[in-house]
Design a protein around this ligand. Structure first.
Ligand code: ADP
Ligand code: MG
Ligand code: MG
Length: 344
């Protein structure tokens, strides 16, 4: 790493020698991470950088390489992953960050655990699901979001975090079918005792297709952290819809579709989305077959409560988690129990 890299990393970690018990390796080791990794293949390319599969100490890892013009996202993700107590079975496992120089170009790296099944979007495009798979996916996402949204008090606590870019491409699928939440470049922190909201300095906004009506019509109050949580819940409702479409009952499932596939073009504009979501108050349609399936009709009711026009009547993610647990318990095909667990 360059000396400039060192000071920026140090700035991100607020002068601490380690990156905190929350996530990642001690800072001194992070500085040399990029030298210890061999890149194997590019598995994702976006507007803001690339994700590579790599090998680090004999293990597969994912390396997210940010373009320098998106330094703010790298900084924010590094900051968020370094949060004490962020580690959780439904949050992407973080290894460390590095700022390095290659061919006199600065490169910003973020190392995480590697998930061979890729994103939930990829998974749903490939595979239909059983009820058990569906519950596993929805419950694990809700479980991760409960951990994110909840402040834990005390010196070893964690602030509440709003994600602000939830979508099926930002959720990764484990081999065992549970999910983790990823991509924290836009996340926002909140500590109740100080009332302080840390919006970060990222000029980027979330994905238009998943933006809540109050974000699209710009009526959202960004000073109010609860409002940011509720915008996450809207996006969660859309993700549940994507998952339930792929869930087989009586031998049938819908093909994979992205939310609003039927009413906006690919890469929709802000205006396209605002017309559909705010003006027309249109939402993804619920297939008829769901009504004869108790679990899918329960999920349909849940998603309507998530994507409601009025943010104040949307459910909290804790309530959502409990509702899914209840639904799955009432379905004898899904013998399911789920632990509340924080991995420190
Ligand atoms: P961006 O901020 O550019 O959207 P993401 O962190 O969302 O970057 O990663 C982009 C894509 O790369 C994801 O949608 C997913 O398909 C893939 N990806 C990211 N991290 C991993 C990982 N740890 N394991 C496997 N695939 C990943
Ligand atoms: Mg992403
Ligand atoms: Mg991102």
């Amino acid at each position: 790493a360059t000396s400039a890299g060192d000071s920026t990393l140090r700035e991100v970690f607020q002068h601490s020698v380690t990156s905190g018990s929350g996530g990642g390796l001690p800072l001194l080791i992070q500085r040399t991470l990029s030298k210890q990794v061999s890149l194997i293949e590019c598995i994702g390319k976006g507007r803001y950088g690339e994700v590579w599969k790599g090998v680090w100490h004999g293990e597969h890892v994912a390396v997210k390489i940010f373009f320098t013009r998106d330094e703010q996202s790298w900084k924010r993700e590094t900051e968020i992953y370094s949060t004490v107590l962020l580690r959780h079975e439904n949050i992407l496992g973080y290894i460390g960050s590095d700022m390095t120089s290659r061919n006199s170009c600065t490169q910003l790296w973020l190392l995480t655990h590697f998930y061979p099944l890729g994103s939930l979007f990829d998974h749903l495009s490939r595979t239909a699901l059983s009820h058990y798979d569906m519950v596993n996916i929805c419950l694990s996402i809700a479980n991760g979001l409960v951990h994110l949204h909840t402040e834990i008090h005390g010196t070893e606590g964690k602030p509440a975090i709003a994600h602000r870019d939830l979508k099926s491409k930002n959720i990764l699928v484990r081999i065992n079918g549970t999910c983790v939440i990823a991509d924290f470049g836009l996340a926002v922190l909140h500590t109740q005792s100080t009332g302080k909201i840390d919006l970060g300095t990222n000029p980027k906004v979330g994905t238009k297709r998943y933006m809540a009506p109050e974000v699209l019509d710009e009526s959202i109050n960004l000073e109010c952290f609860e409002a940011l949580r509720r915008a996450d819940i809207y996006a969660l409702g859309l993700i549940f819809w994507e998952v339930c479409r792929r869930t087989v009952s009586s031998g049938i499932a819908e093909e994979y579709k992205i939310p609003y596939y039927d009413v906006v073009p690919s890469d929709p504009s802000f205006e396209d989305m605002r017309k559909v979501v705010c003006t027309d108050n249109y939402r993804p349609s619920i297939p008829n077959r769901w009504s004869s399936d108790p679990i899918l009709s329960g999920m349909a009711k849940l998603m309507r409560e998530c994507w409601h026009q009025n943010p104040n009547v949307r459910l909290s993610v804790l309530r959502i988690k409990k509702t899914i647990q209840k639904l799955s318990a009432s379905d004898h095909k899904v013998p399911f129990s789920y632990e509340d667990e924080v991995c420190v």
